[in-house]
Write a protein of this length. Structure first.
Length: 216
């Protein structure tokens, strides 16, 4: 049975934000006297929220992390949200094609204010309305399923008819924990090989945003 609610991750799924995130993290590392990381390395640290990203970045640099590191990172990143961040090729067309047929929402571990600023800045907000949950809300961050279940409940759609669209193992586990289907975007910077090991037969893999249209 096809889903009637599509819930999208943000970073690595709707938008390519890797460069802005990486440069912001590296600014902080260099301020603290630590060596910066390649953009690809920091991209692989994204997915579990900003606090985990910064902890991983300092750990990988072999540097002590100051107690105010998270707050400093968020201040830096807030000034750089849209320097290079753009929707992936095909995202506006895909959302436009699905918007009249499906209820769509966003569930991300990024703070809500930054999430809304990015969605507004890249002109995607109109597809989701108020159906946007960030990682600083009342629910635990993904892969805890609470946020996904809250979105489904608000939309009056059972979890079995909900699809989580994301690029990482975090999104896959969120979907499975909620009893929902998963669509995993291999084009996203959060995609890594271990995702394959946890796929269910009803899960979908896509290599381009428009590929989703062929499954729906």
């Amino acid at each position: 049975m096809l889903p009637s609610l599509l819930v999208f991750d943000l970073d690595g799924t709707l938008v390519d934000s890797r460069r802005d995130i990486a440069e912001s993290a590296n600014v902080l590392l260099e301020e603290c006297g630590c060596a910066p990381h390649p953009e690809e390395a920091i991209g692989g640290m994204v997915g579990d929220g900003a606090a985990m990203l910064i902890a991983r970045a300092f750990d990988a640099a072999g540097c002590p992390m100051p107690s105010d590191a998270l707050a400093r990172f968020l201040r830096i990143y807030d000034t750089r949200l849209l320097r290079f961040t753009r929707p992936y090729d095909g995202i506006p067309e895909m959302l436009g094609a699905l918007g009249g047929k499906y209820t769509m929402a966003v569930l991300t571990n990024k703070p809500l204010q930054a999430t809304r600023a990015i969605l507004d800045g890249v002109q995607l907000s109109r597809y989701f309305g108020d159906r946007v949950l960030g990682g600083d809300g009342p629910h635990p961050r993904k892969p805890d399923p609470s946020g996904l279940l809250e979105i489904a409940d608000r939309a009056s759609v059972p979890a079995a008819l909900t699809m989580m669209v994301g690029d990482s193992l975090v999104d896959l586990r969120t979907a499975h924990a909620a009893g929902a289907r998963a669509c995993i975007a291999r084009y996203g910077f959060g995609f890594h090989g271990p995702v394959h090991e946890e796929l269910d037969p009803t899960d979908v893999l896509i290599d381009h945003p428009l590929d989703l249209l062929t499954f729906l």
